[in-house]
Design a protein around this ligand. Structure first.
Ligand code: FMN
Length: 145
């Protein structure tokens, strides 16, 4: 049994913030989302992605070995930089089981949801605690269901 097989049953979640590269367009964003959804569906990964023009905030959850492998790809991805882990933990169950990758964008319409968990008016995931990021993603995700 190799390493990736032996820990395939351990479910983990990882949340990070990153800065979008300035030349990433709305079209690029759609491609990222589509690529995430297609790959994740094949790999048993689920999660939530929040983005605006400047930042990404993402939770990925799934088998530990697959999540670690995806982390390497994410760090190497030129479409964003300064990837900073906000939190990582083992899960008893998935929180985004219905979504290969759910998504939401902070907007004027949901500004109050963001403000509820943050000290700043503008969306900046680097300033969020792991718990605030978790709660924010759940509130924004719940609005979409
Ligand atoms: C913000 C962001 C989020 C991403 N999320 C995922 C993801 O959830 N799953 C995934 O497979 N790739 C995701 N990617 C793409 C990966 O970095 C990488 O390009 C991709 O996994 C490589 O897939 P490929 O081997 O099929 O080309 C994301 C990229 C960015 C910039």
């Amino acid at each position: 049994m190799n390493q990736s097989t032996s820990d395939a049953h351990i479910l983990v979640s990882m949340t990070y913030a990153s800065r979008a590269n300035p030349d990433v367009s709305a079209k690029d964003f759609n491609e990222i989302l589509k690529q995430a959804q297609t790959n994740n569906a094949a790999n048993g990964i689920t999660g939530m992605l929040i983005f605006n023009r400047n930042y990404f905030l993402q939770t990925i959850e799934g088998p530990r070995a697959k999540i670690n492998r995806l982390l390497y790809s994410l760090i190497a991805d030129q479409r964003h930089h300064d990837l900073q882990l906000l939190g990582s933990r083992e899960l008893k169950h998935r929180e985004w089981a219905k979504w290969s990758m759910n998504y939401a964008s902070p907007s004027e319409a949901n500004a109050a949801v963001y403000l509820k968990y943050s000290t700043t008016v503008d969306f900046n995931p680097y300033l969020l605690s792991a718990e605030a990021a978790h709660n924010l993603m759940h509130d924004l995700g719940a609005q979409k269901q």
